[in-house]
Design a protein around this ligand. Structure first.
Ligand SMILES: Nc1nc2c(ncn2[C@@H]2O[C@H](COP(=O)(O)OP(=O)(O)OP(=O)(O)O)[C@@H](O)[C@H]2O)c(=O)[nH]1
Length: 888
């Protein structure tokens, strides 16, 4: 029963009770007014009050019992309903029997109190009231008890003769029997009524228990679609309280589309008048759609007219989603490109998909019931498979590459992922293996590896792979304490083969040479081709130098083996540079570079040979390079200076000139003498720039002295290489042009290292052209070098300079003296001037004058000095009379 109708009923019952109570008070008080006896009135009033309180108490008790227990659970309600349903008859409470006795006795007391003014007939009629009340409240037995008590009261107290159980009058007896019959009839009828009400109650309670206890939504709508009833499960679906839903229709609860759909279904069912079960989709505002399995049917009135609709909806959203997921999983399983295999916990294949069949060749029926070992390739040992199962049992999954075997026997690589699928209790239900064939990927990887690491022409490892193998070989050599040799091999005159035959046949030769070399290599050796006609051999585990040389000779012989190009056998040689590790303890790249350097030396030494790289000479070369770099920097930063050494006429003491001599004023090492750095400069790229700097600086100084009034010949040394450099003449011309006030006839260039003049004709041409500018030349260090006479004859020089080593020794060593004498004679014979250097004492000077050489320079006269000191020296020289009179 709803709250609304219940309130209505309670109101109605209360009103009826109030009306009856008012009627009772009004009528009974009206009856009292007919009495004149005051004491009788008091008795009657008390009896009336007792009767009223008794009846009211009985009704109040019954009403309180009818109030349902608010705290009773749904389970209690269901149990209560079931108990009601199972007991069709109501049980009677003991209090009903008390009422059945008390009520007639109360009436008897009233009757006695009013002095029996009421007739016997009226008393019998009045006694029907307690009988009816007792029967209605307590059922048949309280009704019969009330009837019996009333019959006894009437028989004993009311019917004459009173106070006896005898009835004289036949009419009284008839009335008495009538009272009993009425009482019995009322009792039976009220019991029937009570039982039928009780059954109806039980049924309603059962229905209520089902409706409110079910998890399905249960609802009833009227003909216009308004909800008349909805249970809590239904209210939950709607998302509102059940009381709020009652009276609303679907259009005010659901979004328009859902509402219209429900309305259409409801209308169709009510129109058909038949119950139907179907699926409905319901979407609440702002929520996901929900799926329901719904049974709807018409509600009919007693005439069979459809007056509404009932519905029972079961939420099947989760089931639908699970079905969808299952369907999707099945589609994935069937259409997956990857092979899928399901294996039972006892490792038996239970299901496979079409991709499995495509990859392995086994159909479902062939694979089902088999062990996964069916696919085993035999390439992996038991440890490998144990590791897989260990990983699955520990981590639930294994993933990796594995070789398997197809039905046709072909072994192929696959990427396999195996997962264990546990149930809710954690017990493994099955294993799922997902795999795909990676043979193509592997083939591509191998092809890429070949491209990346091998020379496409000869199939030999390329530079990258060589580098890796070299690193490994060094590590191995370190570990085993062995040596290894890196042998850089370059074919000799390969270009000629290409030109003479064709590049294609050149390629054939390269392939042939590589094959011949491969024949003689040991298992751990590597032959790599770097490109062109360059190969590298990595010879590991070399015991000693002798073994290495033996191997290298075999290599040269193998290269020399004839290779047939077209129909012609062609032989070629090779030059090899070899670096040995750990004799040359450097990294892999440097080891290769050293071998390369040594190969160039082998070429220079005449080809078809090998040259062993020497770390010591390399170290010296390295130092030489570093020193040259410093000298280069010194030139750039203007750290070189010229010192000047005077040349004098020993006979008259005149200062005939000065020689510019190079010094390095290093900020780190101080003044560095040329003996320390000139050997490094000789033959280097720095030789010409420094030579040019010397000439320019000397010309600048000559100009300064010119302005200071000194009329001097200024000379500087010129190396053979500088003289033979391409633009020596042009550079000299430009330098002279920059100092126009300096007369070229005052400039002298002393040609050094005449023995190093490679191209005599060019030297002669250059000297001739420079002489045309007015420049003078002398031959420095004359007397040293085995071909000085040839130079003297050929080179257009004005002056010979006797090397200081002879001059210094001439006083003690007759050979030196003879050489000095010869040079002086030669100069005279060839009509050249002569000057001696290395004059350290006046005795040297005197001897030279004696021999006919009057010009000299040396420490005895003056040490080389900075240009600024020259004027001061000139002043001092004038007063040193002894030197000025050597000729006298
Ligand atoms: N057939 C062929 N020739 C190549 C290939 N790569 C480079 N060359 C040629 O190989 C020759 C290599 O010459 P070089 O090593 O510089 O000189 P060479 O003629 O061998 O003389 P030397 O090395 O000084 O003894 C060049 O003419 C290149 O054009 C190739 O793959 N095939």
């Amino acid at each position: 029963m709803g709250t609304h109708s219940r309130t209505h009923f309670v109101l109605l019952a209360t009103t009826a009770y109030a009306m009856l109570s008012l009627a009772w008070i009004f009528l009974s008080d009206e009856l009292l007014t007919s009495y004149t006896d005051v004491s009788a009135m008091v008795w009657l009033s008390t009896a009336k009050g007792i009767f009223y309180v008794t009846v009211s108490s009985a009704l109040f008790f019954m009403a309180l019992r009818a109030v349902p227990d608010q705290t009773a659970s749904l389970k209690d309600a269901r149990e209560h309903a079931l108990s009601l349903g199972s007991i069709s008859r109501t049980s009677t409470h003991w209090s009903s029997y008390v009422f059945a006795v008390a009520l007639p006795l109360s009436l008897l007391m009233v009757w006695v109190a009013i002095s029996k003014t009421i007739s016997n007939e009226s008393l019998m009629i009045m006694l029907m009231l307690p009988i009816i009340i007792s029967a209605l409240l307590g059922g048949i037995w309280p009704g019969i008890l009330a009837t019996a008590v009333s019959a006894v009261i009437v028989l004993y107290m009311a019917l004459p003769p009173r106070n006896s159980f005898v009835i004289n009058s036949a009419l009284d007896r008839l009335q008495w029997v009538f009272l009993i019959s009425n009482g019995l009839a009322v009792s039976i009828l009220s019991d029937m009524l009570r039982n039928s009400l009780s059954r109806a109650d039980a049924q309603r309670a059962l229905l209520n228990a089902v409706v409110s206890g079910t998890s399905d939504a249960v609802f009833v709508k009227d003909i216009s679609g308004r909800y008349l009833l909805i249970n809590d499960a239904g209210a939950q679906v709607v998302g509102q309280a059940a009381t709020a839903i009652i009276g609303q229709d679907d259009s005010s609860i659901f979004p328009p589309e859902t509402a219209q759909n429900l309305i259409n279904i409801d209308r169709a069912i009510m129109a058909a008048g038949k119950t139907d079960t179907h699926e409905e989709t319901v979407t609440r505002h702002g929520a996901q759609p929900m799926a329901f399995l719904v049974t709807k049917g018409p509600v009919k009135d007693s005439q069979g007219q459809v007056v509404g609709l009932f519905g029972i909806s079961k939420d099947i959203t989760a089931r639908k989603q699970a079905e969808l997921a299952q369907k999707e999983a099945a589609t994935v399983f069937e259409s997956s490109y990857e092979g899928i295999m399901m294996v039972s916990p006892d490792r038996i294949i239970t299901r496979v998909n079409p991709a499995f069949t495509r990859i392995t060749g086994y159909t479902l029926s062939e694979a089902q019931g088999q062990s996964p070992r069916l696919l085993s390739s035999g390439r992996h040992g038991p440890d490998f498979y144990e590791e897989i199962w260990h990983s699955i049992h520990t981590h639930g999954v294994w993933r990796g590459e594995i070789f398997n075997k197809r039905k046709c026997g072909e072994i192929y690589p696959e990427m396999l992922s195996i997962s264990a699928v546990p149930d809710a209790q954690g017990n493994i239900q099955h294993y799922i293996g997902v795999f795909w064939d990676i043979s193509q990927i592997k083939a591509q990887e191998a092809a890429l590896d070949r491209i990346a690491h091998y020379d496409p022409l000869t199939g030999s490892p390329n530079r990258h792979l060589l580098s890796r193998r070299l690193d490994q070989a060094i590590t191995r050599a370190n570990r085993l304490g062995r040596s290894l040799a890196v042998c850089f091999l370059d074919l000799d005159e390969f270009k000629v083969i290409n030109d003479k035959h064709s590049p294609t046949q050149g390629d054939q030769l390269l392939v042939g040479v590589a094959a011949n070399l491969q024949q003689i290599l040991r298992a751990d050796d590597t032959l790599a081709r770097l490109g062109g006609d360059e190969f590298v051999l990595l010879l590991s585990d070399i015991a000693d130098l002798q073994e290495c040389e033996r191997l290298l000779k075999r290599v040269l012989a193998a290269v020399n083996l004839p290779v047939v190009l077209g129909a012609t056998p062609v032989s070629i040689t090779a030059s090899m540079g070899v670096s040995l590790y750990p004799h040359d303890q450097v990294d892999a790249d440097t080891l290769l570079r050293h071998a390369d350097q040594a190969m160039y030396l082998a070429k220079e030494e005449g080809r078809n040979r090998f040259h062993l790289f020497d770390p010591e000479s390399n170290r010296q070369a390295q130092q030489h390079r570093l020193y040259l770099a410093k000298l280069h920097q010194a030139l750039d930063q203007n750290e070189f200076v010229l010192y000047y050494q005077p040349k004098v006429d020993l006979i008259n003491g005149d200062i005939v000139g000065v020689e510019a001599l190079l010094r390095w004023q290093s900020p780190v090492h101080g003044l560095v003498s040329p003996a320390q750095f000139l050997p490094d400069i000789d033959g280097s790229a720095l030789e010409t720039p420094i030579g040019e700097w010397v000439i320019k600086t000397m010309l600048k100084q000559a100009s300064i002295w010119q302005h200071q009034g000194y009329s001097l010949h200024v000379s500087a040394n010129v190396s053979a290489n500088h003289l033979l450099s391409n633009n020596f003449y042009t550079q000299l011309q430009q330098a002279l042009a920059q100092q126009p006030d300096v007369s070229p006839s005052h400039i002298e260039l002393e040609v050094l290292e005449t023995a190093a003049i490679r191209d005599m004709d060019m030297a002669v041409t250059t000297l001739m052209r420079c002489r045309e500018l007015g420049i003078q030349f002398s031959l420095d260090d004359f007397g040293t070098g085995y071909s000085s006479l040839t130079y003297l004859r050929k080179l257009p020089v004005n002056l010979l300079k006797i090397d200081q080593s002879f001059v210094r020794g001439m006083l003690d060593n007759p050979d030196d003296l003879s050489i000095v004498q010869s040079v002086v004679q030669l100069a005279k014979s060839f009509n050249r001037g002569v000057i001696a250097e290395g004059v350290e004492t006046m005795a040297h000077g005197a001897a030279l004058v004696q021999l006919g050489c009057r010009m000299a320079q040396g420490y005895g006269i003056a040490k080389p000095m900075p240009a600024e000191q020259f004027p001061e020296w000139c002043e001092q020289w004038k007063i040193r009379q002894a030197w000025c009179h050597l000729g006298e």
